[in-house]
Ligand binder design. Sequence first.
Ligand code: ADP
Length: 513
Amino acid sequence: MAYIIGVDIGTTSVKTILYDNNGKIIESANLGYPLYQDTPDMAEEDPDDIFSAVTNGINTVMRKSKIAANSLKGVSFSCAMHSLILLDKNKKALTRAITWADNRSAKYAEQLKQSDLGLKLYKNTGTPIHAMTPLSKIIWLKNEKSELYKETKYFIGIKEYIINKLFGVLKVDYSIANATGLFNIFNLDWDKDALALTGLKKENLPELVDTTYKLKGLKKEYAKVIGINPKTPFIIGASDGPLANLGVNAIEPGVLAITIGTSGAVRMVSKKPRIDPKGRVFCYYLAKDMWVIGGPVNNGGIIFKWIRDQLCLPEKVTAEQMHINPYSLLTTIASKVPAGSDGLLFHPFLGGERAPIWDSNARGSYFGLNQMHTRAHMIRAALEGIVFNLYTVSLALEEVLGTPIKIQATGGFVNSNLTRQMLSDIFEQNVTIPDSVEGTALGAATLGMYSLGMINELSDVKNFVHSNNTYTPIKENVDVYRELSSIYIRLSRQLMTEYDQIAAFQRKHSRIR
Ligand code: ADP
């Protein structure tokens, strides 16, 4: 038997999974690390913590599985997008990893977004102009931390940091590069306008390689620590969003992947890079002739968590006393209310929002409250609001790629029958829930197998992804949601003009920032 390891470097943890060549999980490890938030808009991680989680993760699955070192054919990486680390001329880190969630460049991102250059950059890089991107972060550093900026020789991300430590080379795959906002999706090279704007030259960035690129020459000291043969090739892999599509077998045109964990995303694959004239969706590289187009939302399961903790504390306590999962109790309560929550609507923008409105000042609201509404209505309306929001992202995506034909859904939010059926009813599509929850690591492993010739086509992933769980739309619910979603969208447009005002008020008067 031959084996491969998929390493998924996430925002909160590294998931390391050992698969056999049939895509079966043999062993796994999940190692977390802290997020540093000295100020509310900061979100950094120590790259050496992440490096340790990667090496310990591989070591753990090798040790636990007891497979022979020679039967491990490769290690392949997925990584969270948009991180930035500054290195000096000796490749020493000058900063921690500034993650996608870091918002300190918001002012510069907003200015750029309002300019013609902003739109041109989006159209050439496929990356929405936003504080999450290294492009915005570099502009912020150049303006506000100029000493640090001047001292910096290399601008890299977390995956490149790890690869440099293991192999002593600075290389970045097209997929991670794509998400920096500095990469031209039409010529697969660093974008000249983005370089000019940030003041960077190509030599300040890692060398670009395809996502199937094999790294060889693992440093002996690390091979020993990790417990693998130093000749084992590492496949550079891609970023987590595109690999999630691969790992749930959503790579055929028309198959929509929906992930709803803490945050969420909807994505679909296209043979060619495509952009949205209105700048609402991203276009990220997965592999040759495979581009993943979609939109990320901030407000996924985190909203349900807020409902659990702020609105439903009594239910949470009861659930804990009864030793049942509070989310399960809340979905049971919500399922007593009919689809459409008797006309109560919820806009879930508690954390500002990325796609489809791209407005960090957006705020949440209940609309349509009357005296008949109960807490159960408020729970259900919040769940429906999360799904309506994702549905509006898919409408933007439809304008670029056409109507989807089916949906593959993953993430903690689709752990209940209620939310699965809600997705099917609001999207008016069949929704399939794949058995394996770790789609991203499987995506990395599949890309690695393809690079190593262990499978012939990326579409062979269909042999690895199984499911017996498909939900079909219920006609009465569809009718209700169709009527309600048009109110949701109209209202959303009207509220947009007020978000700046209320956010400014909150910044000025609120004790809670
Ligand atoms: P992460 O993005 O951190 O990997 P998960 O995929 O584990 O997150 O999703 C966590 C979220 O899933 C929680 O915030 C919660 O909102 C949601 N969730 C957990 N259990 C359920 C459930 N039974 N029904 C609906 N949503 C759930």
